[in-house]
Ligand binder design. Structure first.
Ligand code: URA
Length: 210
């Protein structure tokens, strides 16, 4: 396994992921489970955030209580499926700044085509967490990370629900400084760039499209 990857294999995460894989899982349930798992993934991805202290008066006495230090962090959702992870992250970190990068996969080449981008400022001074549920070929993730690095980001992390070994290897080669946080690494990619056994098209399952 790549040393740029953190596998978040908590039993609750594994259980929820198995429910999501089931093709009979409803759209509403799929979205709820993705939001729940995103918070376990974020818990790991953000565990090294720096802290400072703030003077707080408890009902008992004053103390120097730990609070997050530095500029607000940034979540960047790779549209559209990234939004399913973003919702959960924003519940945990409501003050985070949010960027969006719209990429679709050309079905012939499997290469990403950018159609939208809006990023917050001062990326170089903030941890930047990119989110996309499926790390398959990694072409979109790599293009999105290229993008935020060009905009100045230095501390970049990547959260996905599921990864393929091919995608993990490609990311490690393209961006060895970017740690990947995922709930599972599946067997392989099929000829259409889908993760096997996977869960199908995450965007379609999340939004009820086909
Ligand atoms: N994107 C998806 O939604 N599913 C896959 O299996 C691969 C890419």
């Amino acid at each position: 396994m790549s040393d740029t990857l953190t596998l978040v294999d908590h039993p609750l995460v594994q259980h929820k992921l198995s429910l999501m894989r089931d093709k009979e899982c409803s759209t509403a349930k799929f979205r709820r489970l993705l939001r729940e798992i995103s918070q376990f993934l974020a818990y790991e991805a953000l565990r090294d955030l720096p802290l400072t202290t703030r003077r707080v008066e408890t009902p008992m006495e004053a103390m120097d209580a730990p609070v997050l230090e530095g500029k607000k962090l940034v979540f960047v959702s790779i549209l559209r499926a990234g939004n399913g992870l973003l919702d959960g992250l924003l519940e945990l970190v409501p003050g985070a700044r949010v960027g969006f990068i719209g990429l679709y996969r050309d079905p012939e080449t499997l290469h990403p085509v950018e159609y939208y981008k809006k990023l917050p400022g001062e990326l170089g001074a903030r941890p930047v967490v990119l989110v996309d549920p499926m790390l398959a070929t990694a072409n979109s993730a790599i293009a999105a990370i290229d993008n935020v690095k060009r905009a100045g980001a230095k501390d970049v992390r990547f959260i996905c629900l599921l990864a393929a070994p091919e995608g993990v290897a490609k990311m490690a080669q393209a961006h060895p400084d970017v740690r990947i946080y995922t709930a599972a690494v599946d067997s392989h990619l099929n000829d259409h760039g889908y993760i096997v056994p996977g869960l199908g098209d995450a965007g379609d399952r999340m939004f009820g499209t086909k």
